[in-house]
Design a protein around this ligand. Structure first.
Ligand SMILES: [Zn+2]
Length: 412
């Protein structure tokens, strides 16, 4: 395994053996308490490492042994196998001939190069890689050609990667900002005085807020730590799918609650239906194969079906209350717009448009997954607006309506 600490120590030893005055300074520099670990640097074992771009390959081939090859060669180690910790095979304090001076100069040059190498690896940590250089478990979308993070093996390195540009940067930030925005909306809604918004309304709206926040939080976490390792990626991928199901379930509750405010039986039945379907989606998401690339259309289809199950109560409302009330009272227009955004986003995700049409052109920005994320955030805000309208209308009227002898609706 490549070890930055070994390389630094070896450079120190060489310097010491040559009587270089910088030894003390280097000793301070490599104090174990101030040296970042491999984990922090995001480095990974050679056997598991993916090959990077040319620069990375050059670095790793130079640096994956304790003693860089060029260093051994230049100090004249005969077979290249003796440890760099051994005393040098010449006496620098004896009379030095020209060759000896050359050797000393070359050795110092080699040490400087090794120091430069350590400094560069230390500063950089990792570089983005080509899709073909990713391990199989990270090869999700082959239309994104370059700009991928390699496996980082450290949560700290994964979270630091939020601030670097790669294929997941847009996915991370779209849902991180969406999550923060919904936390803001939730805090402002729940902190309103109870005279203005009663606790029942706060409880009903909270199911939607919790669904939206968890969905975007899980998604943000998944895209951030996806490259940690196969096991971590799989776990957070499942959490991501659970988040979508939770958002869908949470979105249905206030809509059904206010749309069927005065009719308990359909309200309870539809809530039970969405709860069962949502739970089924979560159970299916736990299945390992569900996350594999070939199941992408099945995944999209499952969640579209979960969302479209809302067509049944919507049709029920239109038939019993009429299209006018559906649009003006139940904010059906906003709900249809929300459904179109979700379905549109899911289709873009399933067909991987636009990167399928121009592979390699949308590696960093405007890839299908980012568009899908933006559509999810937009749909959640449209839904919030829609259910606010339904709730306002319901609470303005105060009580349930019923028909009089002439069939006119009156406030009960
Ligand atoms: Zn996502």
């Amino acid at each position: 395994m490549f070890c930055i600490q070994d390389t630094i120590n070896n450079v120190m030893k060489i310097r010491f053996n040559l009587g270089n005055s910088k030894t003390e300074a280097m000793a301070n520099c490599v104090d174990s308490t101030s040296t970042p670990s491999e984990e922090e640097l995001g480095l990974f074992s050679q056997s598991e490492a993916v090959e990077g771009d040319d620069e990375r390959e050059e670095d790793s081939s130079d640096s994956n042994v304790s003693t860089p090859k060029f260093l051994r060669k230049r100090v004249g180690f005969s077979d290249g196998t003796s440890s760099i910790l051994d005393p040098p095979p010449f006496d620098v304090s004896d009379d030095e001939d020209e060759n000896g001076l050359d050797l000393l100069a070359n050795t110092k040059k080699a040490v400087n190069q090794a120091e430069e190498l350590v400094r560069r690896v230390w500063q950089r940590g990792w570089q983005v890689v080509h899709h073909s250089h990713l391990p199989k478990w990270l090869q999700d979308n082959n239309f994104l050609v370059g700009g991928h993070r390699p496996p980082l093996r450290s949560f700290l390195a994964c979270f630091k990667s939020i601030f670097r540009i790669h294929t997941e940067t847009g996915n991370i930030w779209t849902h991180l900002l969406g999550c923060v925005a919904f936390i803001g909306v939730t805090v402002s809604f729940l902190s309103r005085p109870s005279l203005e918004i009663q606790w029942q309304e706060k409880a009903v709206f909270s199911t939607f807020f919790i669904g939206a926040i968890l969905c975007m939080l899980f998604s943000f976490l998944f895209h951030t730590v996806y490259c940690h390792s196969e096991a971590v990626g799989k776990f957070f991928n499942k959490l991501d799918y659970c988040g979508i199901a939770l958002l869908t379930m949470g979105s249905f509750v206030p809509w059904l609650y206010y749309s069927f405010y005065c009719t308990t039986a359909p309200k309870i039945s539809y809530m039970a239906l969405i709860f069962i379907l949502g739970t089924a989606c979560i159970v299916v998401s736990m299945w390992d194969k569900f996350a594999e690339p070939q199941f992408r259309p099945i995944r999209a289809g499952t969640f579209i079906a979960l969302g479209l199950s809302g067509v049944i109560p919507a049709m029920h409302y239109v038939i019993t209350e009429g299209i006018d009330r559906a649009i003006n009272v139940a904010a059906m227009g906003w709900l249809v717009l929300m459904a179109l955004l979700y379905i549109g986003g899911a289709l873009i995700y399933a067909f991987r448009i636009p990167e399928r049409l121009w592979p390699g052109k949308f590696d960093i920005w405007f890839q299908s997954h980012q568009i899908f994320h933006v559509f999810v955030v937009a749909a959640a805000f449209v839904h919030y607006h829609g259910i606010s309208q339904i709730a306002n209308h319901r609470l303005t009227f105060g009580n349930c309506l019923e028909a009089d002898q002439n069939g006119n609706l009156i406030v009960k």
